[in-house]
Design a binder for this molecule. Structure first.
Ligand SMILES: Nc1ncnc2c1ncn2[C@@H]1O[C@H](COP(=O)(O)OP(=O)(O)OP(=O)(O)O)[C@@H](O)[C@H]1O
Length: 289
């Protein structure tokens, strides 16, 4: 009954209710950093994305939800310029992304991939320091500022105890934290994260999301794919849903992440229990009838 009341409360609450308590949501967002306009893309003639219109604006945390294979990673790679749209256009700060050099893109967009295993046994500190490369000359050595920024990123992620360890000899979750630290050290302003919480334990998942909110409050932008609707409600200022190769919803988290949306995306019926802040909710699968 409590759960049912939760759904009803969510359904009855006006969209945006309770948002004022959360600084990232209350803050007006800035101009578009990345814009996808009518983007279509496929692999070997098999269409994966079609007619995608999506924007990432300054200061936003945009969460992307969609079933396995719905095209989230592909969409993120298109946003980064790592894949070329077959139709439509991808713009970085209003200019076609492929008209920017790799270095120019890397100074504006950082990437946290789903998994990454380097060929050499770099230390964690070395991996984080790679984030500084776009800011150094071709053969430029790391300066005092680079070292300070790398140390600050390691500190912010709480991975000082891993700094001297070999990246190839730490756990998947520890690697994920190192990759997030690398992206932060990159000081790109916008960070594209592909399922950043997947390898993290329960505590690190929520701490990472809080960190995202802190950085967004400082003016950074994030786009992150996730399989956890609760994460989108916790950290995102906007949520987009991907299904059938298209964006089927794009808007305020409370308005978009609903039991109906979850059923549509994942084919599973859930009920929602609202958090005391009336902004977030937890979802529980309904028993099979
Ligand atoms: N390199 C590739 N070559 C051919 N097909 C691919 C390639 N990468 C992805 N695909 C296909 O494109 C579709 C979208 O894949 P993508 O990885 O973008 O989905 P996703 O939403 O990120 O999935 P997941 O949630 O499982 O990570 C899937 O059907 C996948 O099999």
């Amino acid at each position: 009954m409590a759960a049912r009341a939760g759904i009803d409360a969510i359904a009855a609450a006006p969209v945006g209710a309770g948002l004022q308590a959360f600084a990232p949501d209350a803050r007006p967002v800035g101009p578009a950093l990345v814009s996808l306009r009518g983007v279509g893309f496929g692999y070997g003639g098999r269409r994966v994305l079609d007619g995608i219109d999506l924007e990432l604006r300054r200061g936003e945390v945009l969460a992307l939800l969609g079933a396995n294979g719905s095209g989230k990673s592909t969409l993120l790679r298109l946003m980064l310029g790592a894949r070329r749209a077959e139709t439509g256009s991808v713009l970085l700060l209003g200019r076609r992304i492929h008209d920017w050099s790799q270095g120019e893109i890397a100074r504006r967009l950082a990437y946290v991939p789903q998994s990454h295993v380097p060929p050499f046994p770099y230390t964690v500190a070395d991996i984080v320091a790679l984030g500084r490369l776009p800011w150094r000359g071709r053969f430029g050595a790391a300066g005092v500022d680079d070292r300070r920024i790398v140390a600050a990123a390691i500190e912010r992620l709480g991975i000082g105890h891993l700094a001297a360890r070999r990246y190839t000899e730490i756990s998947g979750g520890e690697r994920q934290l190192a990759l997030i630290a690398r992206a932060i050290a990159q000081q790109a302003g916008a960070i594209v994260m592909d399922e950043p919480a997947t390898a993290l334990d329960y505590g690190h998942q929520w701490r990472m999301l809080d960190l995202v909110r802190e950085f967004a409050a400082e003016g950074h932008s994030f786009v992150m794919s996730t399989h956890t609707p609760e994460h989108a409600l916790h950290a995102a200022t906007r949520v987009a849903l991907l299904a059938g190769g298209r964006i089927v919803a794009d808007g305020a988290p409370r308005a978009v992440v609903t039991p109906e949306a979850i059923e549509r995306l994942y084919g599973i019926r859930v009920e929602a229990v609202e958090a005391p802040d009336r902004r977030r909710a937890a979802f529980f699968p309904l028993a099979a009838q």
